[in-house]
Structures are given as structure tokens and as C-alpha cells.
Design a protein. Structure first.
Length: 521
């Protein structure tokens, strides 16, 4: 059962809410004096003191939403993250926030009781940073999305996903550049930058952020924009989530959808020889491709039982081009002309919305996953690409529920290079490619499966690293990245630390790769 909920009439509930609203107003007014001493002994890896049931009961009394405890029947499902690697990380409770006031209450309660607060929107953190042994602040009920067509803006609550946004914009002449996975949360996507299939011509998600509302470490509600808390606004556009507070809503400036059909394309090859040739040709193409072109190449080693290790490798090129099919055909000529011909080749003129839907990733359920990324601004040497293919051939597991992947994102470059590296916290503006070595496996398999695949991703990444800048995408966090501060933030790190010190000096909002309060922390 859940923690006790007060009984009573609708009127009494309203009275309670009014009382809580008044109390919150007083707390917000005195927020600068709010004691956070309970956190002073907590470090990034420290465990918190067990929280008395009386404190959890008090939290439930203060919430309009529901508080789930580990013994509740709904707890397990509510606690399950997208990445099943972290499904056994158990919070002391899950606060299903009904509104923004509930989020304020949760942050203040955490400060009062020395409990680390962690917010979850889409729950897609590849490093498990939307899981916690403290209080899990579940934002998924805060998923309202509204569109102001006259102003060309969209307002999304902190728990909204890409699917929520796409639904709200379905009949609109506007769109917001973002991720292709429908279950990704808009909060984490925006805060880490937000690359996607249209970023090269329409910008990052964070580039369109006009304003956000954030609950700070002392429980204060802040309206953050270019002219309000401008330093924090800078940090929230690429500084990643989990460092500065809980974002409860976002306002974005929208982009007009292309009026003419776009050219959607899918090309498939089979085999190790094709993988090497396609990767080489795609790297070369992305050094000069027009901004209207966005695509990815994904290479997956499959079960070798039927065709052998070299033949059983799938290669997929997919994307779309804001332009005519004839122009796209010219762009794809180097890829279509590789010595190993494709087994499938489709170009279709589609309305923009339909093309976006086709690019949306299918959702893989109940799998654990990991991945390490690496930005590049030039093609790898051919012999290094050949080594990558050898690594794919020798991937330790090649089944539907356990295998490695190598993805090359052609979602960067283009107009992103027209913005300076220091204009926002997202620093990787001058890159032309993003590599990602990944793996998936079933959490029901022995631990050695995940361990061996994780080691494989690190081995493949070690081949790429010497030939690329020391930079990685902060929305692909991974504790196996030794120099993550440099790789995620480069020369923007010091300013991010200064903002952290100003808004969360006691490091209340933290995870193993959150912005520290001092260099090297």
C-alpha cells in the first residue's frame, strides 16, 4: 500500500492545498535562509542515513500527488528506468508529482531530511542518472504540451516526451528539432544540447529554448531566460541535467516545417566489406554535405550461424534531405557506388511529418544498454576504420538480445558551426561527426554478458579516440569515460563550475558526472 493519504471531502482537500500553498509561499520567501546543512556531509558517492517513516509520512501529507514506497505494488513498475542496467537501484520513495508545487515540496523535504533528490522525466540516462537511492522525483505526470500558433512557441512541462511534443504539433505548421526516439524526455534532451535528424539545418533543441522554470537547491522557483538569471540560462543549454535543479517547464521558439515534400531514404548493405566502405564514404560525405542533409549509419553484428561472421553484419543508412530527390541522389552517389552493392535502396518524397515518423526509432523494451561517444571533425584513417570492422566481426555476443552496435551520426555540423563554442554550454559546435559505440543485452542474462559487451565498447572506442578531438556528447554519459569533464564541456567547464557554485554551492543536485563545485571534484 502507499503511504497514508488524508481522507476527507473535496472541500477539505482544497483547504489543505490552500494551506500548503500559503506555507510554500512563506518557504519560498525565506528560501535564501533555508538550511541545507543535512547535505554537508554528503559526497558524490556517499550513502544517505536511513530516513524515518515519520519523515516519509510527512512528505505524503504535503503532496497532492502520490508517494510510493518500496512495499507498494505499483513501486516496481514506477521505478523501472528505460535502461534496465539500473532497474535494481531502489529509491527510498517515489514522489509522483501532481504539479509544480509538489516538486518544490520534494526539493525542500530533501533539504530538510538530508536526502539526495533526483528527478526523472523520460528516464533514458544511459548511465543511470535518473535512478537513485534517495528520493526519486517522478515528473511523468507533468506532461502537458501547449502550442501558441500566433507566437510560434511551445510550452512543455518537465515530464513531457518527444511523443507528447509530436502529438501536440501534428497539425501545426511548426516543429521543434529534437530526438528521434519518442520516449526521450524533453528535459534531459534540452539540457544536454539536443542533437537530432534536423539539427544540421534547424539547430539543437537547446538553441530554441526561450525560457525554463527551475526549482533550485534551496527550493526557490526561478524563471530562467536570457534576461533572467542569464548565467544559469547559459548553463542549462548544454550543461546536462542533474546539476542545477529540477526543470518543471520549458518554452521553445518553434521552426516552420518545410512546405515542400522532403526526400526520405533508407539504404541497407550486408557484410563486413560493405561496412568498411560505407563508413569511409559517409565520413567523407559529411565533411561537405549541405545543412539540409541529416543521416546516420548503424552497423550491427548479427548471429553468424547462417552466413558466417563476416557476412552476418547489417549496415543501415537512414535519414532525410530537405530538398529534391535528384539532388539527394547526387549526394548519395559515393555511398551507392561502393564495391559491395546495397541489398535495399529506397528514396521517397514524403511530407515532413511522415518523414520524421519514419525516422523515429522503434522502442526496444526491457533491455540493458551502454554506449560511449566520440566527436570527430575529420574522417578516420582507412586502416582505423578497418580495425573498427574487425572489432565488429569479433563482437563477443551477436544475438537479438545481446549485441554490439556502431553508429555514426551525421547530425552535427551544418548551421551548428555558425555559433561559437562558448555561446551556450554545448561546446561541440565545430564537429562534423559523432561516433557512438554501444551494446544492448537482457538483464536476465548472466552479469558476464553485460561486462564483456561493456569492455567491447571501450575497446572499440579506444581505436577511435587517438584520431579525434577529446570530446564526447554529454547526453550519452558513461562512467567509463576517464576525462569526462574535458570531453563533455572542454573550455566551457570553468564557467559551468562558477554557475554551479552560485546556485548549488552545497552540491545537492549531483551524480558521478554532474557539474562539480570545484575543478577536479
Amino acid at each position: 500500500m502507499t503511504a497514508p493519504t488524508p481522507q476527507g471531502s473535496r472541500a477539505s482537500h482544497k483547504a489543505r492545498r490552500k494551506h500548503l500553498h500559503n506555507r510554500r509561499a512563506l518557504l519560498r520567501a525565506a528560501s535564501t535562509a533555508l538550511s541545507v546543512a543535512g547535505f554537508s556531509s554528503l559526497h558524490r558517492t556517499a550513502a544517505q542515513t536511513p530516513t524515518p517513516n515519520t519523515a516519509l509520512g510527512d512528505l505524503q501529507q504535503r503532496l497532492a500527488g502520490q508517494l510510493l514506497l518500496p512495499q507498494d505494488t505499483a513501486f516496481s513498475v514506477a521505478n523501472t528506468p528505460a535502461n534496465r542496467s539500473y532497474q535494481d537501484v531502489t529509491p527510498i520513495a517515489i514522489a509522483r508529482c501532481a504539479d509544480e508545487a509538489d516538486v518544490i515540496t520534494c526539493v525542500q523535504w530533501c533539504a530538510e531530511n538530508g536526502v539526495p533528490p533526483v528527478a526523472r522525466g523520460g528516464g533514458h540516462s544511459s548511465a543511470g542518472y535518473s535512478t537513485t537511492t534517495g528520493l526519486l522525483i517522478d515528473l511523468r505526470s507533468l506532461d502537458t504540451v501547449t502550442v501558441d500558433h500566433a507566437a510560434g512557441t511551445l510550452t512543455a512541462e518537465g515530464g513531457a516526451t518527444m511523443a507528447s511534443l509530436q502529438m501536440a504539433l501534428n497539425d501545426s505548421p511548426f516543429f521543434l528539432p529534437g530526438a528521434t526516439c519518442p520516449t526521450v524526455g524533453i528535459g534531459g534532451l534540452t539540457l544536454g544540447g539536443g542533437i537530432g535528424s534536423d539539427a544540421r539545418w534547424a539547430g539543437l533543441t537547446c538553441d530554441h529554448l526561450r525560457q525554463t522554470r527551475l526549482i533550485s537547491a534551496n527550493g526557490e522557483l526561478l524563471d530562467v531566460a536570457a534576461d533572467q538569471h542569464s548565467d544559469l540560462f547559459w548553463a542549462l543549454r548544454g550543461g546536462a541535467g542533474g546539476s542545477y535543479g529540477v526543470n518543471t517547464s520549458f518554452i521553445f521558439d518553434l521552426v516552420e516545417t518545410p512546405a515542400t515534400p522532403v526526400s526520405n531514404f533508407t539504404v541497407r548493405w550486408r557484410g563486413a566489406d560493405a561496412a568498411g566502405l560505407v563508413l569511409q564514404a559517409f565520413q567523407a560525405l559529411m565533411q561537405h554535405a549541405p545543412p539540409e542533409f541529416g543521416a546516420t549509419v548503424t552497423v550491427i553484428p548479427r548471429d553468424p550461424a547462417e552466413s558466417g561472421k563476416r557476412r552476418s553484419i547489417d549496415v543501415l543508412l537512414s535519414g532525410h534531405f530537405i530538398g529534391q530527390a535528384s539532388d539527394l541522389q547526387d549526394l548519395l552517389t559515393p555511398l551507392l557506388g561502393v564495391k559491395t552493392p546495397p541489398v535495399e535502396h529506397t528514396i521517397a518524397a514524403l511530407p515532413f511529418r511522415e518523414s520524421q515518423r519514419r525516422l523515429s526509432e522503434s522502442v526496444t523494451h526491457a533491455l540493458a544498454f551502454t554506449g560511449i561517444s566520440r566527436y570527430a571533425n575529420a574522417p578516420l584513417p582507412d586502416d582505423v576504420t578497418a580495425q573498427l570492422v574487425s572489432g565488429l566481426i569479433n563482437c563477443p555476443y551477436r544475438t537479438d538480445v545481446a549485441h554490439g552496435t556502431l553508429t555514426l551520426f551525421g547530425w552535427v555540423g551544418g548551421i551548428l558551426t555558425q555559433t561559437s563554442r562558448s555561446a551556450t554550454a554545448y561546446v561541440h559546435r565545430d564537429m562534423t561527426l559523432l561516433w557512438r559505440t554501444g551494446a544492448v543485452w537482457s538483464p536476465e542474462q548472466p552479469p558476464r554478458v553485460g561486462n564483456e559487451l561493456t569492455a567491447w565498447t571501450q575497446e572499440i572506442t579506444s581505436l577511435i579516440a587517438p584520431h579525434t578531438p577529446n570530446e564526447s556528447y554529454q547526453n550519452f554519459p558513461n562512467t567509463g569515460i576517464p576525462e569526462w569533464q574535458q570531453q563533455f564541456y572542454a573550455e566551457n567547464l570553468q564557467r559551468l563550475i562558477e554557475v554551479k557554485t552560485a546556485y548549488d554551492p552545497d552540491d545537492i543536485f549531483r551524480n558521478p558526472q554532474s557539474i562539480p563545485v570545484s575543478p577536479g571534484a
